[in-house]
Design a protein around this ligand. Structure first.
Ligand SMILES: [Fe+2]
Length: 388
């Protein structure tokens, strides 16, 4: 909208939160439900069986699609769509991390609107031709606390051939119900809790320093930054139930904020490295975040906002605090430390650069030229000083 008039969604459509809130599934009644989940954890811990039972007890026929990988591809989505078409669900239930939720969203999109496919979806999205309404219900139960796909209007699918992450944003992808049951996150390993938590922190900070920030999302993003910094260490290192619950809720709040406001260059670079090296999204963000903030604070408005966040988080300097947090959670400082070889980096350098200029980099608070990005990639890979 123009002249500073904004239309905001400040809650997702419906959020059911609290430990044990998965039992909300008992209140729902659908004819055919497709459940979508990732690797093994939600099956091994019995969560999928519990979800299935609650749905079946209410008369639903249930089918499960499992094995969604960490960067879901269009091929996986298309396989899922075939199952959707045979089964004809009136509800999709995604249980898992960002990958499972994103894959489920894309499957639903292609199932509901058969004229869409991987070749035309971006063009349709850009032209605003994807209908906002759909018939099939979408419910998300996140098992990690980071992506916030449970409340956003987007999904990110990887084009394996082009080594490119393709974001698809449209209102019909906003889930009808987000169930934030932190009991489900209790089996999340420390490493995943750390990486996904850093993704949530990145959402909150990138949203907060974005020039598009509004008064409403400011409150959500600021609370999320302070809350995640406070609770993430105990959530990861002690598996403390209260800390897990807090991070789960703050992650969702950060998601609501960035869905309205936008992100920045951390996500632009993260998607580039994530697609080329098949790295976990949270890990890529965690590597980049302090470097990108150090660069962005040359903008006086960003500098001021980072000071506000330092105050809110009761620390001297938020960027130093994040660097310390990374270290305490065992997150590598640079992409080289994360295990990417110099040879692989050099071999993919041009592709990384071209893709890092796309997406959220375009809405970074400091405009990014290719020359600057070229140097930023080395900063993130080697940990070089920002002297440009
Ligand atoms: Fe993210």
């Amino acid at each position: 909208m123009e002249n500073g008039v904004k239309q905001l969604v400040l809650s997702g459509k419906r959020i059911v939160s609290g430990r044990g809130s998965m039992a909300f599934l008992k209140t729902l009644s659908y004819q055919r439900v497709v459940m979508v989940t990732g690797g093994r954890s939600m099956i091994a811990t019995g969560i999928m069986d519990r979800a299935r039972k609650m749905l079946e007890d209410n008369g639903s026929e249930v089918k499960m699609i499992s094995g969604i990988r960490k960067n879901p591809s269009f091929e996986e989505v298309e396989e899922g769509v075939k199952i959707f078409r045979e089964f004809g669900p009136d509800c999709v239930l995604a249980v898992g991390g960002g990958s499972a939720m994103d894959a489920a969203k894309a499957m639903l999109l292609f199932y509901e609107f058969p004229f869409l496919n991987r070749d035309n979806v971006v063009a349709y999205k850009d032209a605003g031709k994807i209908p906002a309404q759909r018939k099939t219900a979408l419910i998300c139960i996140p098992s990690t606390s980071g992506t916030a796909s449970e409340v956003t209007r987007g999904t990110v699918i990887t084009d394996v051939q082009q080594k490119l992450k393709v974001p698809i944003m449209t209102d019909c992808l906003r889930p009808d119900i987000a169930i934030l049951d932190s009991d489900i996150t209790m089996t999340m390993p420390e490493k995943i809790a750390a990486e996904t938590g850093m993704d949530a922190l990145t959402h909150a900070i990138e949203s907060y320093i974005n020039h598009n920030l509004d008064d409403f999302d400011e409150a959500l993003a600021k609370a999320a930054v302070a809350g995640i910094l406070k609770y993430l260490p105990d959530s990861c290192l002690k598996q403390d139930p209260l800390a897990r619950e807090k991070v789960h809720n703050y992650s969702c709040m950060a998601g609501i904020s960035f869905a309205n406001v936008g992100l920045g260059m951390v996500h632009g670079i993260a998607h580039s490295f994530g697609a080329v090296f098949d790295m976990a999204h949270g890990l890529t963000n965690a590597v980049i975040l302090p470097y990108a903030l150090s660069f962005n604070r040359r903008d006086p408005a960003v500098k001021e906002k980072l000071e506000e966040l330092s105050y809110a988080a009761r620390c001297e300097d938020i960027v130093e605090e994040i660097t310390k947090l990374k270290e305490s959670l065992g997150i590598p400082k640079t992409f080289r430390d994360a295990g990417i070889t110099e040879e692989d980096y050099a071999g993919n350098r041009q592709l990384l650069l071209a893709h890092a200029m796309l997406g959220a980099t375009r809405v970074n608070p400091v405009p990014i030229t290719e020359d600057v990005m070229d140097k930023m990639l080395d900063v993130c890979f080697y940990g070089k000083t920002i002297d440009f």
